[in-house]
Design a protein around this ligand. Structure first.
Ligand code: NAD
Length: 487
């Protein structure tokens, strides 16, 4: 660990050692607008060293039994849990999210990711079939692939990075990971725990830096046969192009434009608080956040009135204040982008009912240069408007009315994305019908963000390729072979 003046200076973690970089990128505290951290600006050279370390570590790590790897993953989970508060403080400072969210969601889940795959790797079974007439049995065997390249975004930094590292190493791969250059601190903190957990040198290597330099060097490296990426659809297109000459295996978890469909028989006492969370949790910076709310006409006015009244109660301010619900957005540029969506909606004739441009933002003195925005509800937005078509990824949600089931399914499916949808109704038959017809990798009915990590996670259409989960991640991070034995 290196500390210069008040600035935190991160180092790459390669082959079990912290290694300084020749150049650095500024990293901002989103709640104050100050530079507080220097992140290595790694490129080809650093990625080369990390891939070499990962390759060297592969033979020993891949030959360990699942039980041995499982014990190490559990130990790492213990160590993260032990330091939960320090991790939560760091994540909140680095990302702008509220300390409450970091304490209750990000860091517990990061630890749980290791615990979950420590367990699930012990319970994977391969297939076997018998072909009696030929006197043969066939079975499949699975082996780790090699060095996995893992690239993660800034919205749930340690949570999403560990969701990739845990299954990759549980399966016996070694990894080179590149977190977002905007949120690198908790990944760097985790590196300090690896040795204590018993992770051999070179099994987990973390190279910090930008997507264009460090990310692309990893994507283009010939000795990295698989890339697991979570981020925007645009970046995924670039990664697909760059990796194509190497025929790499890709898992792509991308953006969303998630609908909530609220029928007139919905229980609004459950639906309203949950839809507020699904719209504004983590400043709306979750790929699964709701940004199009379709409400059946009979309850539209009542829903809107109650929803806006509750949205106004969400407190925006200093993320380290435990009473705050909405922290800072990730960057000045991102805040500007999100604000512009609201301006465009207004210019198109939509009504902004609360939040941006309507209500006053009252910030503590120390946070006035931070990247804050109030939860914003927009009504009367046309389906073809950019606010209803593009991923905004901020605390902005659009509410529109619908009449029939048939109509709302068509409108909900009328975007390029297909990640997550939410359906609210007390009619079980309707819930099943609608869930089946939505073009969405995940459908939550009468709830949101309730996850069983065993089951597939991921999107369809422009929201991604592949799924993650106990079986899906196991399959992605292993190479399968079919063996036939004639007896
Ligand atoms: P991003 O695509 O800009 O960046 C994601 C990561 O890719 C970062 O580490 C970045 O440095 C890297 N990167 C950028 N350009 C690259 C390149 N050319 N080659 C290799 N790597 C490159 O996304 P973001 O702004 O960090 O994250 C927000 C996006 O992530 C949103 O679209 C959101 O919906 C999506 N997301 C999806 C999921 C999911 O599970 N489906 C989860 C969280 C976030």
């Amino acid at each position: 660990m290196a500390q210069s003046k008040a600035l935190l200076v991160l180092e790459n973690f390669i082959g079990g050692k912290f290694i300084p970089c020749s150049s650095y990128i500024d990293s901002y505290n989103p709640s104050t607008g100050d530079v507080y951290c220097k992140v290595p600006d790694s490129g080809k050279e650093e990625v080369e060293a990390a891939v070499k370390a990962a390759k060297d570590a592969f033979p020993i790590w891949s030959s360990k039994s699942p039980l041995e790897r499982s014990q190490i993953l559990n130990k790492l989970a213990d160590l993260i849990e032990h330091d939960l508060e320090a991790f939560a403080q760091a994540e909140s400072k680095d990302q702008g999210k509220t300390i409450t969210f970091a304490r209750t969601v990000d860091i517990p889940r990061a630890a749980y990711n290791f615990r979950f795959f420590a367990s699930s790797i012990l319970h994977q079974v391969t297939e076997c079939t018998e072909m009696a007439t030929m006197g043969c049995v066939h079975y499949t065997s699975r082996a780790p692939v090699g060095v996995a390249g893992l690239i993660s975004p800034w919205n749930l930094p340690l949570y999403l990075l560990t969701w990739k590292i845990a299954p990759a190493i549980a399966c016996g791969n070694t990894v080179v990971a590149k977190p977002s250059e905007m949120t690198s601190v908790t990944a760097w903190m985790m590196c300090k725990l690896l040795e204590k957990a018993g992770v051999p040198h070179g099994v987990v290597n973390i190279v910090f830096g930008t997507g264009a330099k460090a990310g692309e060097a990893l994507v283009c490296h010939p000795d990295v046969p698989l890339i697991s990426f979570t981020g925007s659809t645009l970046t995924a297109q670039r990664i697909t192009e760059k990796s194509a000459p190497h025929c790499k295996r890709l898992s792509l978890e991308l953006g969303g434009k998630n609908p909530a469909i609220i029928f007139d028989d919905a229980d609004l006492s459950q639906c309203i608080p949950t839809t507020l969370r699904s719209s504004f949790a983590n400043q709306g910076e979750i790929c699964l956040c709701t940004s199009r709310i379709f409400v059946q006409r009979g309850i539209y006015s009542e829903f809107l009135k109650r929803f806006v009244a509750e949205a106004k109660k969400w407190k925006t301010g200093n993320p380290s204040d435990p009473t705050v619900d909405v922290g800072a957005l990730i960057s000045k540029e991102h805040l500007e982008k999100v604000r512009n969506y609201v301006k465009k909606a207004q210019a198109e004739g939509a009504r902004v009912l609360c939040g941006e441009g309507v209500d006053a933002l009252d910030l503590p003195l120390g946070n006035q240069k931070g990247y804050f925005m109030l939860p914003t509800v927009i009504a009367e937005v046309k389906d073809e408007s950019c606010c209803m078509q593009e991923e905004i990824f901020g605390p902005v949600t659009c509410v529109v009315a619908f009449d029939t089931e048939e109509e709302v399914i068509k409108r909900a499916n009328g975007v390029k994305y297909g990640l997550a949808a939410t359906v609210w109704s007390s009619n079980v038959g309707r819930i099943h019908r609608v869930a089946h017809r939505l073009q969405s990798g995940l459908v939550w009915t009468n709830c949101w963000l309730v996850r069983d990590l065993n089951l597939p996670f991921g999107g369809m259409k422009a929201s991604g390729i592949g799924r993650e989960g106990a079986k899906d991640s196991y399959e992605f991070f292993t190479e399968v072979k079919t063996i036939t034995i004639k007896h």
